[in-house]
Design a binder for this molecule. Structure first.
Ligand code: RTP
Ligand code: MG
Length: 140
């Protein structure tokens, strides 16, 4: 498996509780390198566009309000098999179903306020990275 890049968000429930460092420690312990990172306040438009695939879902409005409620930390992670590896480190969407030691098991509050986002495929990873970072921001 080649070196890949994936896009990560440390979500408002986690930034609010000052968990950025604790989450980054789990990311780095898994062998993923944080090659770009910034703390931003997402605009409503960015949140709606970012989660556009979920526009028709019943939780969409709540999800957008949540994502703009506090600052988030957006990141690009690089490493061997980074997309699947980060999904593993994150754990299942619902923390009650997440494996021991995962970010969501240890930190998530609920299925909605679940501390982190990670891309689900190479195409979405490339799109999501390009949406939040310029090429020159990525220092591999
Ligand atoms: P993400 O996209 O944030 O990495 O999470 P995921 O792939 O594990 O889950 P996905 O199905 O893509 O859902 C995106 C985000 O929407 C919120 N959600 N809330 N209340 C609910 O039933 C519900 N379901 C999903 C979560 O914040 C989830 O991460
Ligand atoms: Mg998803």
């Amino acid at each position: 498996m080649a070196i890949q890049r994936t896009f990560s968000i440390i979500k408002p429930d986690a930034t609010k509780r000052n968990l950025t460092g604790a989450i980054n420690a789990k990311i780095e312990a898994a062998g993923l390198r944080i090659i770009a990172q910034k703390r931003i306040r997402m605009t409503r438009e960015q949140a709606e566009t970012f989660y556009g695939v979920h526009r028709e879902r019943p939780f969409f409005g709540e999800l957008v309000e949540f994502m703009i409620s506090e600052p988030v930390v957006v990141q690009v992670l690089e490493g061997e098999n980074a997309i699947a590896k980060y999904r593993e480190v994150m754990g299942a969407t619902d923390p009650d179903e997440a494996a021991d030691g995962t970010i969501r098991k240890d930190f998530a509050l609920s299925k909605g306020e679940n501390s982190v986002h990670g891309s689900d495929a190479p195409e979405t990873a490339a799109e999501e990275i390009a949406y939040f970072f310029a090429g020159l921001d990525l220092v591999g």
